[in-house]
Ligand binder design. Structure first.
Ligand code: ASP
Length: 324
């Protein structure tokens, strides 16, 4: 009897929580990379676009950067499951399970999937003082400078790491990788000439390319992009790296155990945000494409992440790069 009463009280409490969600306190979106970078950009625009559909609650961004995105993801996996702490992550959700040996959480079971956000191309960029002005000249420069080239990334498991790894494998050239807490500090060092190359999302590189602050060599998608600042860039595939394709994506997650009604409310708000003309315009201007309602469905996104883990796992195992 006592157990039944306790159970009834717990169910009532959960129903009340869902009804009152969101409460008056802000919702925190944890970004597992440094402020000012590509994932941070998406999170901040999303925070603004989700505010109205969530009844005006404030959404703040918390940059819990480091270890290729696993520190921030772990923070959310262990957070209170009340819908007030969320994680915005990218393809790292699919690379971490293979790359990080002692990952302190499970991507498949420690989160409630709120939904997918967007697809984002990447670009290969270089320091402004690099003598090569197009991809052909870049390959010649790489061949002449083997053993001396520094390639930045946001740590093992980050999108920039995956893209850089694929690039080195395709060229069969080893570069010295320099890990940062995000590609915001990496791009600052690239502009300053401390590193030579970086593979990074268009949500970070578009304005730098437009402002001619960096040298841009290619896009990593299979087709050229239509964004005005990027439309003249060749694909790596057409430039000689046959079959090269890295497109990344973002998804929104809550800690495991977040009540189903709360996740459903967050999913509805996410869908509304992805239809907000302002958000769409901002994303398109940065080369990103928001996904349709079907792909925003939590179950659909979960299936997609599982397929991405299966797709990248053999590639990463073959490359033999691991973090502890
Ligand atoms: N998304 C970037 C990467 O994976 C990191 C960042 O957002 O700063 O390299």
């Amino acid at each position: 009897m006592k157990r039944l009463l306790l159970l009834a009280a717990a169910v009532t409490a959960m129903a009340a929580q869902a009804q009152s969600f969101p409460g008056p306190k802000p919702i925190t979106i944890v970004v597992p990379f440094a402020a000012g970078g590509p994932t941070d950009r998406v999170a901040r625009d999303l925070a603004e676009a989700m505010r109205k559909p969530l009844g005006g609650v404030i959404l703040v961004v918390d940059n819990a950067a480091g270890a290729g995105g696993s520190i921030g993801a772990n923070k959310v996996a262990k957070a209170t499951a009340d819908g007030h702490t969320l994680l915005l992550h990218h393809i790292g959700m699919a690379t971490m399970p293979t790359l990080v040996r002692n990952l302190p959480f499970k991507v498949e079971t420690d989160f409630e999937y709120v939904g997918m956000v967007n697809d984002v191309p990447m670009t290969l960029i270089g320091r402004p003082s690099l003598p090569a002005s197009n991809y052909k000249e870049l390959t010649a420069w790489i061949n002449e400078n083997k053993g001396k080239i520094n390639l930045g990334n946001a740590g093992i498991g980050a999108a920039s790491h995956l893209c850089g790894l694929m690039f080195q494998n395709a060229l069969k050239v080893d570069m010295t990788t320099v890990p940062y807490k995000g590609t915001a500090p990496a791009i600052t060092d690239l502009i300053g000439g401390q590193i030579d190359l970086l593979c990074d999302q268009t949500t970070n590189t578009t304005s730098q390319i437009e402002g001619k602050k960096v040298k841009a060599y290619a896009v990593t998608t299979s087709k050229r992009l239509t964004t005005p600042a990027l439309k003249d860039l060749p694909t790596l595939n057409e430039s000689g790296l046959k079959g090269f394709e890295v497109t990344i994506w973002h998804g929104l997650y809550a800690p495991k155990g977040t009540p189903a009604d709360v996740v459903a409310k967050l999913n509805v708000a996410l869908k509304a945000a992805l239809k907000d003309p302002d958000f769409i315009k901002k994303q398109e201007g940065l080369g990103a494409v928001v996904v349709n309602d079907k792909r925003v469905e939590p179950a659909e996104h979960k299936k997609f992440v599982a397929a991405e883990i299966a797709k990248w796992s053999p590639v990463l195992k073959a490359a033999g790069v691991y973090a502890d």
